[in-house]
Design a protein around this ligand. Structure first.
Ligand code: BV8
Ligand code: ZN
Length: 259
């Protein structure tokens, strides 16, 4: 029986929960994409971006202050996602959903869950492949990324809106912007009715997303966490598995399928 390096007293209970769980919510953050080569928010920023904190770039004020700097950052990140492959963690989650009711709620703006085969994915913070006019909101069709994903990116003037000449911005949720209402309501409802919440690769620092595990806990769902480091969610989680998504998830799904 895989102990997942948990305390021995917790192992039988964890396996029983994995085998019994029928309505599973997988809540992911940037750590779920780390083994695909996508830097997390906590990783030091590289190149042009190393002097900036994500909290300063991922805001409407930051974009208006220096549109080329922020747009270039997203174009570099979009190129890295397009050049990346889903990792074993993404693929294990998609495989699990073939035989169980598994929904992914992700804070990530990449499409790696979908490319691994997950079809029920809720994006709380939008998508790096969407873009729209900052002023009138008109959708904008992004061309294939032109930035060298292996490089460190550079400032890039955003295109202009054909309808109103406004600046085109990434279709992500920035700090101090509201989350998409429909996705948020669905995420809360899923966490209220889940019989297992699995948190993977999130520092649990950004709200309201970071409040979802609390919603599940209050509804009585067991909470498991996969993270190589301790996070703010450790105190809430019933099972804290120290490890990476790519290594732990295939083992966890194998244990769940024994049921
Ligand atoms: C809002 C999209 C209403 C853009 C992102 C309540 C309390 C305190 C603050 C607030 C609050 N309510 C609102 C706020 C303000 C703010 C906030 O929470 N600030 C924080 C800094 C305190 N929240 C907001 O502004 C939100 N909006 O509340 O609207 C409103 C309206 C008007 C005015 C005020 C409020 C909107 C927040 C959304 C911001 N957008 N992303 C983009 O991608 O550029 S946030 C971004 O950072 C992510 O999406 C994620 O949500 C967040 C944190 O990132 P993580 O995913 O957790 O990743 P991180 O790098 O932090 O950690 C990685 C983890 O993985 C680590 O633990 C690491 O150990 C682990 N790891 C590493 N490798 C692996 C691994 N794990 C597994 N396997 C591995 N291999
Ligand atoms: Zn416009």
């Amino acid at each position: 029986m895989d102990t997942f390096d948990l305390h021995p007293d917790l192992v039988p209970a964890f396996h029983a929960i994995l085998r019994k769980a029928r309505r599973i919510v997988v809540f992911t953050g940037a750590g779920a994409s780390a083994e695909s080569g996508i830097p997390t928010f906590r990783d030091a920023q590289v190149g042009l971006w190393h002097r900036f904190r994500p909290q300063d770039l991922a805001t409407p004020e930051g974009f208006l202050r220096d549109p080329a700097l922020v747009y270039g950052w997203y174009e570099w990140r979009r190129a890295k996602v397009a050049a990346a492959e889903p990792n074993a963690g993404h693929r294990a989650i998609a495989a699990w959903a073939q035989t169980r009711d598994v929904t992914v709620i992700t804070q990530n703006v990449d499409d790696l869950h979908e490319r691994a085969g997950s079809s029920r994915v809720i994006h709380l913070h939008g998508s790096i492949f969407a873009a729209r006019c900052f002023d009138c909101g008109a959708a904008y069709k992004l061309p294939p990324p032109s930035v060298d994903a292996a490089g460190t990116g550079e400032a890039m003037d955003p295109p202009r809106c054909a309808a109103c000449n406004g600046l085109i911005r990434p279709g992500v949720v920035w700090f101090n912007e509201n989350l998409p209402q429909r996705e948020w309501a669905k995420a809360e409802e899923l966490c209220r009715t889940a019989d297992l919440l699995l948190c993977i690769g999130t520092s649990g620092l950004v709200y309201p997303a970071a409040g979802l595990p609390q919603v599940a806990a209050q509804a009585g769902a067991p909470i498991a966490q996969i993270n190589p480091e301790a996070t703010d969610l450790d105190a809430l989680a019933d099972f804290n598995i120290r490890g990476t998504a790519g290594k732990i998830m295939p083992r966890l799904v194998a244990a769940a399928m024994q049921g």
